[in-house]
Design a protein around this ligand. Sequence first.
Ligand code: FMN
Length: 429
Amino acid sequence: MADLKTEFAGIRSPNPFWLASAPPTDKAYNVKRAFEAGWGGVVWKTLGEDPPVVNVSSRYGGLHHHGRKMIGFNNIELISDRPLAVNIAEIKAVKAAYPDRAVVVSLMVPCEEQSWRAILPIVEETGADGIELNFGCPHGMSERNMGAAVGQVPEYVEMVTRWCKQFTRMPVIVKLTPNVTDILMPARAALRGGADAVSLINTVQSIIGVDLDQMAPMPVVDGMGTHGGYCGPAVKPIALRMVGEIARDPGLAHLPISGMGGIETWRDAAEFLAMGASALQVCTAAMHYGFRIVQDMIDGLSAWMDEKGYQDIHALSGRAVRNYVPWNTLNLKFRTIAHIDQERCVGCGLCHIACEDTSHQAIAVGGVSGARRYDVIESECVGCNLCAHVCPVAECITMQPQPVDGHVTWREYEHSAERLAGCSVAHGV
Ligand SMILES: Cc1cc2nc3c(=O)[nH]c(=O)nc-3n(C[C@H](O)[C@H](O)[C@H](O)COP(=O)(O)O)c2cc1C
C-alpha cells in the first residue's frame, strides 16, 4: 500500500488532506468530527484580534451550471467571528486530543509589528503545529488593510513573514492570494522573509451574479452586494497553474507548497501533487458533501499510487513539473487528429456545428437512408480538440496522435529557413 504520511514544513500528518481555513475548521465541534472522518490536518479558521469581526447575512453565492450545483462558490465572509480566547482554548484541547493530526492556526492581524508580536505567543501556547498567514482574503478585511491588501504587496509579505519568524518557533506557512499579476512576486517575498512554506490559492475576487429583481450583486445584503472570494471546482485551473509556476521556478524549487483550489476528488489531489504540492487543502468540497469525502480521496489516491508504483507522497510530488514548460518549447511537429467512433456516435451533429461554425471545417456531414454520419476530414483537422469537448458521448471522439516527424520548437522555427520560405512546420508543406 502506498504510504500517504506527509511531512510538510516539518509538520507531520497521516495523510496530505487538510481542511483549509474556513467554516469547516471554525470550531472544535467541526474539527473533531473532521478528524474522526479521517482528515490528516486542519488549518483553523483565521483568528484575528479581539473584538471579533461581525459577519453579514447572507454570505454565500453559488455558480450552478446545467444541473450541477456549486461548480463555483463565492463568499463575503470575514475571518473568525468568535472571541480569540474561545478559539485558543478549543485549539489547545483539539491538539491534545489528536496529537497525530496537523493543527495549523491561520492568522490575520493588523500589519503592525506589535500586533503580530502579541498574538504569536498566545497561539504557540496551544501546542499548534504551525501558523498560516492569511494574506489572501479579498473582501472586507482588505478594506481594513489586511488580507489581500498585504498579500498584494511583496514588501509587506516579506516584512510580516520576517516578524513571524522572529517571534515564534512555529513553522510559518504564507498563504498567497491569486489576485495578483505574477504569483512569483509574493512567493519570492515569502521566501525572503524566511517562510517555511507557502499555501495557495486563497479565493479569487469575484461577483458571482447579479440579482435582477433587486438590481444588486449577489449575495444580497439588505438590497446591496459586494465582491467576494471565488473558490470550488471552477478555480482549479487557476490554482494548478499558480502552484506549477512556483514549483518550476528555480529559486523557489525547495519551498514546500500546500496546494488548494477546487480539490474534490482523489484525481484533483493527484494533479496538485504532480504539479508540485506536497500537502493539500480542501474547503468547498467539504462544505458541499461533508467530511466523509476524505475517505474516497484517501482510498482513490492510494489505489492509484499503488497502480502507478508511487510508494509515497514524496515520490509523486512534482512529477509533472518538468513537463510544464514555456509555450515556445513545445514541439510544433507533433500532431493529433480527431477520430469519430461511428458505433458510439448518436448523430447529434454538435461536433460538425462547432467545427464548421467556429473552427476548421474539418468534419463532413453525410449519410445514407436519412441517417446522418459525421466524418473527420483528416487533411483539414488541426487537432484542436473542440469536437471532442463538445461531443456528449464518452469516448466517441478521441484524439489520435500521429507518428512524430521530428522535433521543432518555435524558438528553433522562428528564424529557420523553413519559416522564411513560408512553410508550415506542423503540416510539413
Ligand atoms: C466560506 C469561506 C470562508 C473562508 N474563510 C477563509 C478564512 O477565514 N481564511 C482563509 O485563509 N481562507 C478562507 N477561505 C478560503 C479557503 O481556505 C480556500 O483557500 C479556498 O476556498 C480555496 O479552496 P476550495 O476551492 O477547496 O474551497 C474561505 C473560503 C470559504 C468558501
